[in-house]
Design a protein around this ligand. Sequence first.
Ligand code: AMP
Ligand code: TRP
Length: 340
Amino acid sequence: MASADGTHPPLVFSGMQPTGNLHLGNYLGAIRNWIRLQNQYPCLYCIVDMHAITVFQDPKELRDSIRSVAAAYIAAGIDPAEHIVFNQSQVSAHAELAWVFNCVARIGWLNRMTQFKEKAGKNRENASAGLFVYPNLMAADILAYKATHVPVGEDQKQHLELARDIAQKFNTDYGVPDFFPLPEPFITGPATRVMSLRDGTQKMSKSDPSDYSRINLTDDADAIALKVRKARTDPEPLPSEPAGLEGRAEAENLVSIFAALADKSADDVLTEYGGAQFSEFKKALSELAVSTLVPLTDEMNRLLKDPAEIDRTLAHGAERARAIAAPILREVYDVVGFVR
Ligand code: AMP
Ligand code: TRP
Protein backbone atom coordinates (compact mmCIF):
# COMPACT_ATOMS: atom_id res chain seq x y z
CA MET A 1 0.00 0.00 0.00
CA ALA A 2 1.50 3.34 -1.08
CA SER A 3 -0.16 6.66 -1.78
CA ALA A 4 -1.40 7.24 -5.31
CA ASP A 5 1.65 9.22 -6.35
CA GLY A 6 4.14 7.12 -4.38
CA THR A 7 5.73 10.19 -2.76
CA HIS A 8 4.16 9.80 0.66
CA PRO A 9 4.93 6.82 2.88
CA PRO A 10 1.83 4.84 3.88
CA LEU A 11 0.28 6.08 7.09
CA VAL A 12 -3.15 5.14 8.40
CA PHE A 13 -5.47 7.57 10.21
CA SER A 14 -9.00 7.03 11.44
CA GLY A 15 -11.31 8.30 14.13
CA MET A 16 -14.60 7.89 15.88
CA GLN A 17 -16.84 10.29 17.72
CA PRO A 18 -17.25 9.85 21.47
CA THR A 19 -21.02 10.25 21.43
CA GLY A 20 -23.20 7.53 22.88
CA ASN A 21 -22.51 3.85 22.71
CA LEU A 22 -20.36 2.23 20.07
CA HIS A 23 -22.25 -0.49 18.21
CA LEU A 24 -21.75 -3.45 15.94
CA GLY A 25 -21.65 -1.15 12.87
CA ASN A 26 -18.70 0.76 14.30
CA TYR A 27 -16.98 -2.51 15.11
CA LEU A 28 -17.51 -4.33 11.79
CA GLY A 29 -17.39 -1.27 9.55
CA ALA A 30 -14.36 0.37 11.13
CA ILE A 31 -12.52 -0.92 14.21
CA ARG A 32 -12.02 -4.46 12.90
CA ASN A 33 -10.31 -3.12 9.80
CA TRP A 34 -8.15 -0.87 11.97
CA ILE A 35 -6.86 -3.89 13.83
CA ARG A 36 -5.92 -5.63 10.59
CA LEU A 37 -4.03 -2.60 9.30
CA GLN A 38 -1.97 -2.19 12.44
CA ASN A 39 0.05 -5.28 11.61
CA GLN A 40 1.23 -3.72 8.35
CA TYR A 41 1.41 0.06 8.74
CA PRO A 42 1.97 2.79 11.28
CA CYS A 43 -1.47 3.94 12.45
CA LEU A 44 -3.06 6.85 14.30
CA TYR A 45 -6.44 6.13 15.88
CA CYS A 46 -8.15 9.20 17.21
CA ILE A 47 -11.15 9.89 19.42
CA VAL A 48 -12.60 12.92 17.71
CA ASP A 49 -13.98 14.87 20.66
CA MET A 50 -13.94 18.17 18.76
CA HIS A 51 -16.23 16.64 16.16
CA ALA A 52 -18.53 15.44 18.94
CA ILE A 53 -19.37 18.96 20.16
CA THR A 54 -20.74 19.99 16.74
CA VAL A 55 -23.90 18.74 18.45
CA PHE A 56 -24.23 19.69 22.14
CA GLN A 57 -22.78 17.11 24.55
CA ASP A 58 -23.18 17.02 28.28
CA PRO A 59 -19.60 17.58 29.56
CA LYS A 60 -19.65 14.71 32.04
CA GLU A 61 -21.05 12.30 29.48
CA LEU A 62 -18.49 13.47 26.95
CA ARG A 63 -15.62 12.75 29.34
CA ASP A 64 -17.01 9.27 30.07
CA SER A 65 -17.53 8.64 26.39
CA ILE A 66 -13.97 9.64 25.43
CA ARG A 67 -12.61 7.14 27.94
CA SER A 68 -14.99 4.41 26.87
CA VAL A 69 -14.12 4.80 23.18
CA ALA A 70 -10.44 4.63 24.14
CA ALA A 71 -11.18 1.47 26.12
CA ALA A 72 -13.07 0.01 23.14
CA TYR A 73 -10.15 0.62 20.79
CA ILE A 74 -7.72 -1.04 23.17
CA ALA A 75 -10.07 -3.89 24.13
CA ALA A 76 -10.67 -4.62 20.44
CA GLY A 77 -6.95 -5.14 20.02
CA ILE A 78 -5.35 -1.84 19.03
CA ASP A 79 -1.95 -1.68 20.63
CA PRO A 80 -1.39 1.82 22.07
CA ALA A 81 2.27 1.11 22.75
CA GLU A 82 2.95 0.49 19.08
CA HIS A 83 0.38 2.81 17.47
CA ILE A 84 -0.89 6.25 18.38
CA VAL A 85 -4.18 6.37 20.29
CA PHE A 86 -5.28 9.84 21.41
CA ASN A 87 -8.10 12.34 21.61
CA GLN A 88 -8.23 15.13 19.06
CA SER A 89 -8.53 18.13 21.39
CA GLN A 90 -5.12 17.43 22.93
CA VAL A 91 -3.39 18.16 19.63
CA SER A 92 -4.02 21.76 18.61
CA ALA A 93 -2.74 21.21 15.06
CA HIS A 94 -6.16 19.74 14.16
CA ALA A 95 -7.97 23.01 14.94
CA GLU A 96 -5.24 25.16 13.40
CA LEU A 97 -5.12 23.27 10.13
CA ALA A 98 -8.93 23.14 10.06
CA TRP A 99 -8.94 26.95 9.99
CA VAL A 100 -6.69 26.97 6.93
CA PHE A 101 -9.00 24.39 5.32
CA ASN A 102 -12.06 26.51 6.15
CA CYS A 103 -10.44 28.99 3.80
CA VAL A 104 -9.63 26.38 1.13
CA ALA A 105 -12.93 24.48 0.97
CA ARG A 106 -15.81 26.11 -0.90
CA ILE A 107 -19.26 26.61 0.59
CA GLY A 108 -20.68 24.86 -2.48
CA TRP A 109 -18.69 21.72 -1.63
CA LEU A 110 -19.98 21.68 1.94
CA ASN A 111 -23.54 22.27 0.78
CA ARG A 112 -23.44 18.92 -0.97
CA MET A 113 -22.61 16.88 2.14
CA THR A 114 -25.44 14.45 2.76
CA GLN A 115 -24.48 13.84 6.39
CA PHE A 116 -24.92 17.54 7.19
CA LYS A 117 -28.35 17.50 5.60
CA GLU A 118 -29.31 14.41 7.61
CA LYS A 119 -27.95 15.71 10.90
CA ALA A 120 -29.20 19.28 10.53
CA GLY A 121 -32.63 18.03 9.52
CA LYS A 122 -35.36 20.49 8.64
CA ASN A 123 -34.10 23.25 10.89
CA ARG A 124 -30.83 23.99 9.08
CA GLU A 125 -30.63 27.57 10.31
CA ASN A 126 -30.38 26.26 13.83
CA ALA A 127 -27.52 23.78 13.25
CA SER A 128 -24.14 24.83 14.65
CA ALA A 129 -21.63 26.41 12.27
CA GLY A 130 -19.27 23.66 13.46
CA LEU A 131 -21.58 20.98 12.07
CA PHE A 132 -21.41 22.65 8.66
CA VAL A 133 -17.59 22.85 8.54
CA TYR A 134 -17.15 19.46 10.21
CA PRO A 135 -15.71 17.86 7.01
CA ASN A 136 -12.95 20.49 6.94
CA LEU A 137 -11.91 19.45 10.44
CA MET A 138 -12.00 15.82 9.33
CA ALA A 139 -9.68 16.66 6.41
CA ALA A 140 -7.38 18.42 8.89
CA ASP A 141 -7.35 15.33 11.15
CA ILE A 142 -6.00 13.26 8.31
CA LEU A 143 -3.73 15.76 6.59
CA ALA A 144 -2.11 17.12 9.77
CA TYR A 145 -0.15 13.86 9.58
CA LYS A 146 -0.08 13.57 5.78
CA ALA A 147 -1.90 10.26 6.29
CA THR A 148 -2.49 8.28 3.10
CA HIS A 149 -5.13 5.70 4.03
CA VAL A 150 -8.33 6.05 6.00
CA PRO A 151 -10.29 2.94 7.05
CA VAL A 152 -13.93 3.90 7.55
CA GLY A 153 -17.46 2.63 6.91
CA GLU A 154 -19.30 3.40 3.70
CA ASP A 155 -21.05 6.48 5.16
CA GLN A 156 -17.77 8.42 5.33
CA LYS A 157 -16.93 8.11 1.65
CA GLN A 158 -18.24 11.54 0.71
CA HIS A 159 -16.28 13.22 3.51
CA LEU A 160 -13.12 11.55 2.26
CA GLU A 161 -13.72 12.73 -1.27
CA LEU A 162 -13.96 16.23 0.16
CA ALA A 163 -10.66 15.73 2.01
CA ARG A 164 -9.06 14.78 -1.30
CA ASP A 165 -10.54 17.88 -2.97
CA ILE A 166 -9.17 20.06 -0.18
CA ALA A 167 -5.69 18.49 -0.43
CA GLN A 168 -5.72 18.93 -4.18
CA LYS A 169 -6.89 22.54 -4.09
CA PHE A 170 -4.33 23.47 -1.43
CA ASN A 171 -1.54 21.86 -3.48
CA THR A 172 -2.68 23.65 -6.65
CA ASP A 173 -3.52 27.08 -5.19
CA TYR A 174 -0.19 27.34 -3.41
CA GLY A 175 1.84 25.74 -6.18
CA VAL A 176 3.11 22.86 -4.01
CA PRO A 177 2.09 19.87 -6.17
CA ASP A 178 2.91 16.96 -3.84
CA PHE A 179 2.58 18.72 -0.51
CA PHE A 180 -0.45 16.83 0.76
CA PRO A 181 -1.18 13.24 -0.28
CA LEU A 182 -4.67 12.59 -1.60
CA PRO A 183 -5.90 10.30 1.20
CA GLU A 184 -7.57 7.11 0.08
CA PRO A 185 -10.64 5.61 1.68
CA PHE A 186 -10.19 2.04 2.81
CA ILE A 187 -13.68 0.56 2.87
CA THR A 188 -13.56 -3.23 2.94
CA GLY A 189 -15.18 -6.32 4.36
CA PRO A 190 -18.67 -7.80 4.09
CA ALA A 191 -20.15 -5.25 6.52
CA THR A 192 -19.14 -1.72 5.49
CA ARG A 193 -22.75 -0.70 6.03
CA VAL A 194 -24.44 -2.56 8.86
CA MET A 195 -28.17 -1.89 8.87
CA SER A 196 -30.65 -1.49 11.72
CA LEU A 197 -32.03 -4.74 13.17
CA ARG A 198 -35.52 -3.22 13.03
CA ASP A 199 -35.42 -1.79 9.51
CA GLY A 200 -33.08 -3.09 6.83
CA THR A 201 -33.22 0.20 4.92
CA GLN A 202 -31.77 2.31 7.77
CA LYS A 203 -28.16 2.16 8.87
CA MET A 204 -27.39 0.95 12.38
CA SER A 205 -26.78 4.14 14.31
CA LYS A 206 -26.18 5.43 17.83
CA SER A 207 -28.89 8.00 17.31
CA ASP A 208 -31.70 5.52 16.52
CA PRO A 209 -34.26 5.92 19.33
CA SER A 210 -34.88 2.15 19.45
CA ASP A 211 -32.19 0.26 21.34
CA TYR A 212 -33.42 -2.92 19.61
CA SER A 213 -32.11 -1.48 16.33
CA ARG A 214 -28.48 -2.01 17.31
CA ILE A 215 -26.12 -4.24 19.25
CA ASN A 216 -24.07 -2.00 21.54
CA LEU A 217 -20.53 -2.91 22.50
CA THR A 218 -21.74 -2.62 26.10
CA ASP A 219 -24.57 -5.18 25.71
CA ASP A 220 -24.28 -8.39 27.71
CA ALA A 221 -24.91 -11.88 26.33
CA ASP A 222 -28.63 -11.82 27.21
CA ALA A 223 -29.19 -8.45 25.55
CA ILE A 224 -27.38 -9.57 22.39
CA ALA A 225 -29.38 -12.81 22.21
CA LEU A 226 -32.67 -10.97 22.74
CA LYS A 227 -31.92 -8.36 20.07
CA VAL A 228 -30.92 -11.00 17.51
CA ARG A 229 -34.06 -13.01 18.32
CA LYS A 230 -36.25 -9.94 17.88
CA ALA A 231 -34.47 -8.76 14.72
CA ARG A 232 -36.89 -8.23 11.85
CA THR A 233 -36.88 -10.88 9.10
CA ASP A 234 -39.25 -12.14 6.42
CA PRO A 235 -41.15 -15.46 6.46
CA GLU A 236 -39.06 -17.18 3.73
CA PRO A 237 -36.19 -19.53 4.63
CA LEU A 238 -32.63 -18.45 3.77
CA PRO A 239 -31.68 -18.73 0.09
CA SER A 240 -28.69 -20.84 -0.91
CA GLU A 241 -26.92 -18.04 -2.75
CA PRO A 242 -26.56 -14.25 -2.42
CA ALA A 243 -28.77 -13.51 -5.47
CA GLY A 244 -31.71 -14.83 -3.44
CA LEU A 245 -31.27 -11.98 -0.94
CA GLU A 246 -32.34 -9.36 -3.43
CA GLY A 247 -35.22 -7.26 -2.13
CA ARG A 248 -34.83 -8.86 1.32
CA ALA A 249 -32.94 -6.10 3.12
CA GLU A 250 -33.27 -7.55 6.63
CA ALA A 251 -32.20 -11.04 5.55
CA GLU A 252 -29.27 -9.60 3.65
CA ASN A 253 -28.19 -7.59 6.67
CA LEU A 254 -28.20 -10.59 9.01
CA VAL A 255 -26.24 -12.66 6.50
CA SER A 256 -23.67 -9.85 6.10
CA ILE A 257 -23.29 -9.55 9.86
CA PHE A 258 -22.85 -13.30 10.18
CA ALA A 259 -20.28 -13.32 7.36
CA ALA A 260 -18.32 -10.45 8.88
CA LEU A 261 -18.30 -11.97 12.36
CA ALA A 262 -17.30 -15.41 11.05
CA ASP A 263 -14.78 -13.91 8.64
CA LYS A 264 -16.44 -15.71 5.72
CA SER A 265 -18.08 -14.59 2.51
CA ALA A 266 -21.89 -14.33 2.22
CA ASP A 267 -21.59 -17.13 -0.32
CA ASP A 268 -20.04 -19.47 2.24
CA VAL A 269 -22.63 -18.57 4.85
CA LEU A 270 -25.48 -19.34 2.45
CA THR A 271 -23.89 -22.58 1.33
CA GLU A 272 -24.08 -23.63 4.95
CA TYR A 273 -27.49 -22.14 5.88
CA GLY A 274 -29.39 -22.13 2.56
CA GLY A 275 -32.87 -23.55 3.16
CA ALA A 276 -32.66 -23.03 6.94
CA GLN A 277 -35.36 -21.15 8.84
CA PHE A 278 -34.44 -17.84 10.48
CA SER A 279 -35.05 -19.30 13.93
CA GLU A 280 -32.15 -21.68 13.41
CA PHE A 281 -29.92 -19.12 11.71
CA LYS A 282 -30.56 -16.54 14.43
CA LYS A 283 -29.51 -19.02 17.08
CA ALA A 284 -26.16 -19.50 15.35
CA LEU A 285 -25.80 -15.76 14.74
CA SER A 286 -26.51 -14.97 18.34
CA GLU A 287 -23.88 -17.46 19.56
CA LEU A 288 -21.36 -16.02 17.15
CA ALA A 289 -22.09 -12.42 18.19
CA VAL A 290 -21.90 -13.31 21.88
CA SER A 291 -18.61 -15.18 21.54
CA THR A 292 -17.04 -12.29 19.62
CA LEU A 293 -18.41 -9.31 21.50
CA VAL A 294 -18.70 -10.41 25.12
CA PRO A 295 -14.92 -10.84 25.67
CA LEU A 296 -14.45 -7.39 24.14
CA THR A 297 -17.04 -5.87 26.47
CA ASP A 298 -15.51 -7.60 29.50
CA GLU A 299 -12.08 -6.23 28.62
CA MET A 300 -13.52 -2.75 28.06
CA ASN A 301 -15.14 -2.82 31.49
CA ARG A 302 -11.91 -3.98 33.06
CA LEU A 303 -9.98 -1.09 31.47
CA LEU A 304 -12.63 1.44 32.50
CA LYS A 305 -12.04 0.58 36.15
CA ASP A 306 -8.78 2.53 35.90
CA PRO A 307 -9.60 5.82 34.12
CA ALA A 308 -6.29 7.38 35.19
CA GLU A 309 -4.44 4.73 33.19
CA ILE A 310 -6.61 5.48 30.14
CA ASP A 311 -5.85 9.19 30.55
CA ARG A 312 -2.12 8.43 30.67
CA THR A 313 -2.39 6.40 27.48
CA LEU A 314 -4.22 9.25 25.74
CA ALA A 315 -1.69 11.85 26.95
CA HIS A 316 1.17 9.73 25.71
CA GLY A 317 -0.56 9.22 22.33
CA ALA A 318 -1.19 12.96 22.04
CA GLU A 319 2.45 13.71 22.69
CA ARG A 320 3.51 11.38 19.89
CA ALA A 321 0.83 12.80 17.57
CA ARG A 322 1.99 16.38 18.26
CA ALA A 323 5.54 15.44 17.33
CA ILE A 324 4.36 14.41 13.85
CA ALA A 325 1.81 17.19 13.28
CA ALA A 326 3.80 20.20 14.56
CA PRO A 327 6.46 20.29 11.80
CA ILE A 328 3.80 19.69 9.12
CA LEU A 329 1.73 22.59 10.44
CA ARG A 330 4.83 24.82 10.46
CA GLU A 331 5.40 23.94 6.81
CA VAL A 332 1.76 24.74 6.02
CA TYR A 333 2.09 28.15 7.71
CA ASP A 334 5.21 28.85 5.63
CA VAL A 335 3.49 27.78 2.41
CA VAL A 336 0.50 30.01 3.21
CA GLY A 337 2.75 33.00 3.90
CA PHE A 338 2.38 33.51 7.64
CA VAL A 339 5.33 35.24 9.34
CA ARG A 340 6.76 33.75 12.51
P1 AMP B 1 -19.46 7.32 14.00
O1 AMP B 1 -20.23 6.42 14.86
O2 AMP B 1 -20.34 8.13 13.09
O3 AMP B 1 -18.44 8.14 14.73
O4 AMP B 1 -18.66 6.39 13.01
C1 AMP B 1 -17.42 5.81 13.34
C2 AMP B 1 -17.00 4.82 12.27
O5 AMP B 1 -17.90 3.72 12.23
C3 AMP B 1 -16.95 5.40 10.85
O6 AMP B 1 -15.87 4.84 10.16
C4 AMP B 1 -18.25 4.93 10.27
O7 AMP B 1 -18.19 4.83 8.86
C5 AMP B 1 -18.42 3.56 10.91
N1 AMP B 1 -19.84 3.21 11.01
C6 AMP B 1 -20.81 3.86 11.71
N2 AMP B 1 -22.01 3.27 11.56
C7 AMP B 1 -21.81 2.21 10.73
C8 AMP B 1 -22.66 1.19 10.19
N3 AMP B 1 -23.95 1.14 10.48
N4 AMP B 1 -22.09 0.27 9.38
C9 AMP B 1 -20.77 0.30 9.07
N5 AMP B 1 -19.92 1.23 9.54
C10 AMP B 1 -20.42 2.17 10.37
N1 TRP C 1 -16.55 11.78 10.60
C1 TRP C 1 -16.22 10.49 11.11
C2 TRP C 1 -17.50 9.80 11.58
O1 TRP C 1 -18.46 10.42 11.95
C3 TRP C 1 -15.25 10.56 12.25
C4 TRP C 1 -13.97 11.17 11.83
C5 TRP C 1 -13.53 12.41 12.16
C6 TRP C 1 -12.95 10.57 11.04
N2 TRP C 1 -12.28 12.63 11.65
C7 TRP C 1 -11.91 11.53 10.94
C8 TRP C 1 -12.82 9.34 10.40
C9 TRP C 1 -10.77 11.30 10.20
C10 TRP C 1 -11.68 9.10 9.66
C11 TRP C 1 -10.65 10.07 9.55
O2 TRP C 1 -17.54 8.62 11.61
